[in-house]
Write a protein that binds this ligand. Structure first.
Ligand SMILES: Cc1cc2nc3c(=O)[nH]c(=O)nc-3n(C[C@H](O)[C@H](O)[C@H](O)COP(=O)(O)OP(=O)(O)OC[C@H]3O[C@@H](n4cnc5c(N)ncnc54)[C@H](O)[C@@H]3O)c2cc1C
Length: 449
């Protein structure tokens, strides 16, 4: 049976107002499940015509099980207990106390839909949200069906879980333009939803002979991306190889070079924009007496270190469900998640200042006393991991201070995480083969601290 109960207490139902959720993906379906499980009438709409979702291989921490309370075996395609990190001149390896999970989104979504429906939510496919407007009766939500039929309904509770290009977020911004006071300055123009974004691109490939089925590999090469490349094994037969880049064009160019350098052939491509969390206010609005909440990618609840948004999106959905059920403040319910996301923002700020030598130094430090801490803490516990790693290895602090002092030049946090010219600069800077390419691995160095 589905487990759709909030795990932090036995919540008393204080609202029976129907909740309209736009977006039947991870965040929206989790919110639907929690609310319906508490007895709230819930309608979860999606522009997609049915449960089938595009394939996307995701790597997540064991925190996923805590967020969902359960997990479908069919969606977990592999587990990787080893994380191997490479920089231009060093490498490090971490054996995780609890392995990461490799999850196929296309298998997870039908399970989440079944679970939300079993809890009592009404799943309505083939309905696209096209806008909203205030009315004296509440909020008028405009929808368009897949056959082109338009209809409107009155909502008093609306959750926007419609992803990176959230139309709900855009509609709120049009009705309630955000005040710039308190928001960090941004050097890149935010998109219509108000978020800076990056592009995640990955190719499914045959598992190369030099890769292991139990090991996720990550390459830091700031000449190509200020994020990283990865290889995530799905099985003994296949893996996905990808990167995060500032835009789709540079993602395609850099991934093409990476695949060629590793003699890998793309069998299938998966890609999309992912918004970057930027410590803006709580993603909610009150319009015509109705409450509107944003969750998941629509709220940019994404870790900006790894640009992973599945677990954090589920946590945001849980916070919104709690705020609705308890009539508490969404900002308050989001407190822990936002502190976690802030921790990732600070780590990203430092990483964005790193050059190739800094990544080499970072990996040498990882190989030392910090290894045990990093093995015990997941990427969904950034603050604990950071604190533990700094206590175990104060050298991280010196490295960060040196890198930031050298590159920072008084720029703001938002400027640090915004797309820089570094990717384009790499075009002209010339390139070397990635570190564990068969031609370069034999002279890897940099173990020990
Ligand atoms: C290539 C790639 C790899 C990634 N890898 C990872 C990873 O390894 N780990 C990780 O944690 N995260 C990863 N992410 C990010 C992760 O996929 C997202 O953060 C997460 O899926 C967001 O879920 P969501 O439910 O908020 O939004 P989405 O999954 O984007 O769902 C939005 C839903 O809203 C619907 N919708 C949109 N507009 C409308 C509308 N107007 N009306 C009605 N319905 C609408 C859509 O059809 C969709 O079903 C990756 C992203 C990409 C692109």
């Amino acid at each position: 049976m589905p487990n759709c109960q909030l795990q932090t207490g036995n919540w008393k139902l204080v609202t029976a107002t129907p909740v309209i959720i736009v977006g039947a993906s991870a965040a929206g379906l989790h919110a639907a499940c929690l609310l319906a499980g508490a007895g709230v009438p819930v309608y979860v709409l999606d522009e997609r015509g049915g449960p089938a979702a595009a394939a996307r291989t995701l790597i997540v921490t064991p925190r996923l099980r805590r967020a969902l309370g359960d997990l479908p075996q069919e969606a977990i395609v592999n587990q990787t207990p080893v994380l191997q990190l490479f920089s231009p001149g060093a490498e490090a390896s971490i054996r995780l106390n609890e392995p990461d999970w490799v999850v196929e989104r296309a298998r997870l979504m039908p399970w989440l839909i079944r679970r939300a429906r079993a809890a009592g939510a009404e799943y309505v496919p083939g309905q696209r949200f096209v806008g909203l407007e205030p009315d004296h009766d509440g909020l008028v939500v405009h929808l368009e069906s897949s056959t082109g039929r338009r209809e409107s309904l009155i909502a008093h509770m609306l959750i926007g879980a419609d992803g990176a290009f959230s139309q709900v977020a855009q509609a709120i911004r049009q009705v309630r333009p955000p005040s710039s006071a308190g928001a960090p300055p941004q050097t890149t123009r935010p998109n219509a939803q108000g978020h800076a974004a990056v592009y995640n691109l990955q190719a499914r490939v045959a598992l190369p002979a030099w890769a292991r089925v139990d090991t996720t590999q990550v390459w830091f090469d700031p000449r190509a991306t200020r994020y990283f490349f990865w290889l995530i094994p799905e099985s003994r037969q296949s893996a996905v190889v990808g990167l995060i880049a500032d835009d789709e064009r540079s993602a395609r160019a850099e991934l093409g070079r990476f695949l060629a350098a590793h003699a890998l052939q793309a069998l299938e491509m998966q890609g999309g924009q992912v918004p970057l969390y930027a410590h803006n206010g709580a993603p909610e609005a009150r319009i015509a007496g109705a409450r509107v909440y944003l969750v998941g990618d629509a709220a940019a609840h994404v870790k900006v270190t790894t640009v992973g948004g599945l677990v954090t999106g589920l946590r945001g959905a849980q916070a919104a469900a709690r705020a609705i059920l308890q009539r508490t403040s969404y900002a308050q319910e989001l407190g822990r998640l936002r502190r976690e996301l802030d921790g990732h923002l600070w780590i990203r700020r430092v990483l964005n200042c790193f050059g190739p030598g800094d990544f080499d130094q970072l990996l040498r430090l990882v190989n030392g006393r910090a290894q045990r801490v990093l093995a015990a803490r997941t990427r969904d516990e950034a603050l604990h991991a950071l604190l533990g790693a700094l206590l175990a290895q104060p050298g991280f602090l010196l490295l960060a201070a040196r890198a930031m002092g050298f590159h920072h030049g008084g720029r703001s946090l938002a400027e640090e995480i915004a797309p820089s010219r570094r990717t384009q600069d790499a075009e002209s800077a010339g390139r070397q083969l990635p570190r564990n390419h068969p031609e370069t691995t034999h002279n890897a160095e940099g173990r020990g601290d």
